[in-house]
Each structure stands twice: as C-alpha cells, then as structure tokens.
Design a protein around this ligand. Sequence first.
Ligand SMILES: Nc1ncnc2c1ncn2[C@@H]1O[C@H](COP(=O)(O)OP(=O)(O)OP(=O)(O)O)[C@@H](O)[C@H]1O
Length: 437
Amino acid sequence: MMKMHGLKDGPYWLISYSYFLSLSGAYVTFFAVFGSLIGLDIFRLNSHVIQFLFFFIYINLQIVLAFLLASFFSSVKTASVISYIYVFGSGLLGEALLKLFIEDTNFPRPWLVIMELVPGFSLYRGVYELSEYAAAGSYMGKPGMQWGDLNDPINGMKDVLILTFIEWILLLLVAYFLDHRPAWHPIFLFGILSTKHSSPSYKANPRSKRVFADMAKDDVFLEHKVVKRLLKEMDTRNMIICHNLKKVYRGNNRNPDKLAVRGLSLALHKGQCFGMLGPNGAGKSSFINMMIGLVAPTCGTAYIHGMDLRKDMNEIYANIGVCPQHDLLWETLTGREHLLFYGRMKNLAGAALTKAVEESLKSVNLFHCGFGDKSVSKYSGGMKRRLSVAIALIGNPKVVYMDEPSTGLDTISRNDLWNVIKRAKKECTIILTSNEC
Ligand SMILES: Nc1ncnc2c1ncn2[C@@H]1O[C@H](COP(=O)(O)OP(=O)(O)OP(=O)(O)O)[C@@H](O)[C@H]1O
C-alpha cells in the first residue's frame, strides 16, 4: 500500500529491515543481560563477542527468512501458522534428533553440517555448544567458550557461524530478488504458464455477452477508435490512455473464471475528471486496482503520461495519488502528521512541505478549529474520507485515483468533498468511481 503512495523499494526494505533488526536485537539483548544478572552460566561464562556474533547473525537470518516467507504467502494467517510449525518443529527435532547425532562420535560430521543448513538446527547447535562449554567451565572453575575454542574439532560453533552468515547473505539476495519478481524467475514463469493455461478456459457466458451488447454504444466504439489513433500516432504524453484493459479473476474450487473488466479503452487529458458509475460488482475497483498496480491486468495496458503500466510501475507510483475505497489511516496520528508523512514520500521537504500540508488541510476543511492537530481516532467518517482525499492530492500528482470517495458521507460532507475535487482537477487528471448516481 505504501508503494502506491510513492515509497520506493530501497527505503521500504531498509525501514522494515531496521525495524525488525532493532526489535529482535532488543529482545535478545534483554535475554542475555537478564540471564547474566540472574547468573545463567551460558550468558555469564562464554565469550561475549562469540555470543554477540552468533545471535546477531542468527537474528538477521531469521528476519531474511521472514521476508522470504512473506513473498510466498499472501495470507498473514498462513504465514504465521507455517512459522510456528517451523519454530516448534525445528526445536523439538533438534532436541530429539540432532542432539543424538551431535553426541554420537561415530556420526559423520559432514552430515551434521548438512542438517544445520536448516536455520532452526543451526540455532540449536549453537546454543548446545554454548551450554556445553558453559557447563564444563563452571565445573572446572574456568571460563566457557573463548575465541580460541572455535578451532576445537568437536566444537560445532565455527561451522554454525560460517553457515548462518553465508545463508543470511544468500537468502537476503533471494528475498530481494523474489520481491521484485523479474520476468524470467521460475516461479513467475509458472505464474505466466498457469495464466496462459487458464485464459482459454474463460468463456463469456451468453448473459455477459448480452450485457456487452447493451453497453457497446457508439461512444464506447468512438473511444476505442480515439485510443487506437493516439497509440498509432504515439501521442501518449500528458495523457492517460487505457488500451483494451481486461481483468479476469481465475476461478478456484470449481468456481468459473470471473470477468471483472472487459477490454476497457479510454483517453483522458489533464484537467479532466472521469467518473465511473456502476453498481457493486461492476468492476470499478478492479479497474482502479489495475491502474495503481495492485493487480496485474489479464491483458491490455495503460499509459500514464507515456509510462507503461506493465513496465514502468515504479515511475508511475511517483506521479499518482490514491484515495482507496477504505480509509487506510493510523488512528493515533493526527491529520497533519499523515500529510507530513505522505508529503515526504512525494519528495516534499522543508518550507515547501509545511506550506503544502497547511494548504492541504485548508482545502479539505480540516484546518480550522485545530482538527488537523487532533488524532484521527477523534475524526468523524466524513473527516477521515476528506483526509484520505487530501493524502491522495498532496505533492501535486499528475493523476489521482479515488475509489468511491463519497461513500458513507452525508450531504454536507459530500458537497465539501466535490468542491475539493473540483478545485483539484485544474492541476491533474482525476479518475473516480461511485455507485451513487
Ligand atoms: N480477487 C478477486 N477474485 C475473484 N473475483 C473478484 C476479486 N475481486 C473482485 N472480484 C469480482 O470481480 C467483480 C468486480 O469486482 P469489483 O470489486 O471490481 O467491483 P466494484 O464495481 O468495485 O464493486 P464494489 O463497489 O462492491 O467494490 C465482482 O463480481 C467481484 O466479486
């Protein structure tokens, strides 16, 4: 969601990574300090440098694994269940299986290293070695594992440190790579093949054909022609051109495929405000979601000021503003803080940012009576909607998408909102949807 407001991949990764690293770092430090204070030998006797290295590398590996999981699972619940199974499973297996193999001197060492490729097992091995050295040190009145002990042939810590470090770097690259999904990635290819496979299975039912026949009015054909001419003349600059944009959701559990957007062609100039009216399920959100890169079109494309939806989404994000169907606001932040945050993402800074935020608050009637400085939890539905519109408009985007901006508003709030939109359309192109005629 942050991406569509202009947050670039690099800062997003850096912020998320730093956040999880500081959280896990604080957690492990607390354990180590608390453990030392209550006299646990494992923390007290072993070299602090080795402990730091081991836990530091391991938490980094754990974060990278979480990033990797996130690119495979779209559902948070599935990802959480899999993570819990993995954590408990690897812990139990470590205790029941790996421990036996570590203590069996006849068990081939290379096999142990292979098993420790599973991060949960390498964690188990590291903790096992630290506790063994601490116990021996305590028994003999000596320190636990020290730097020189890493060369001890029965000490598995050196292997663990090397393995986890290599895995951290490799998996970091894989996670970053998967997040960007280049076209030739095997998983992506599988996606293409399955889409191709499923596309022919889509058959428009006779009823939907009839609907199309009803809708295929002269102005629709005219718009198709205009788009074709513009594309032929390569005149896509300063315009929004949708060319035969289509969305089919693949059916699952024996449900048929669902045609949500049927080959939409459209040409819009700067200063135009294009409204899409239609009942629930007409495909309005699917169209907006394709235009803001949330879902990929099944076929067709769109050009936003010459940038192709299929290839230039990152550049497009920097030029669009989005007011989603449901307000995505932080209840604890004020309206001003929201606008400062999103303004910075649109590359505004210093006096320009302060001015833009003030003007923005005034334009949506949140400036007077100090509402801009109250937390969003105190806002009414209409005020939240107006703030979402202000967020979409900040930073002078070239195109603004608003998905049902007036839903749930009373007549006065709705009039206020239309006035805001009317003023804004002088500077940009606005595409909005509504199910109220
Ligand atoms: N992810 C999805 N998977 C399958 N079908 C979907 C998906 N998203 C939307 N649809 C279906 O596509 C059709 C169009 O949905 P869409 O949300 O685009 O319509 P809408 O006009 O925006 O309606 P609403 O105002 O209720 O949001 C609907 O029949 C909907 O059930």
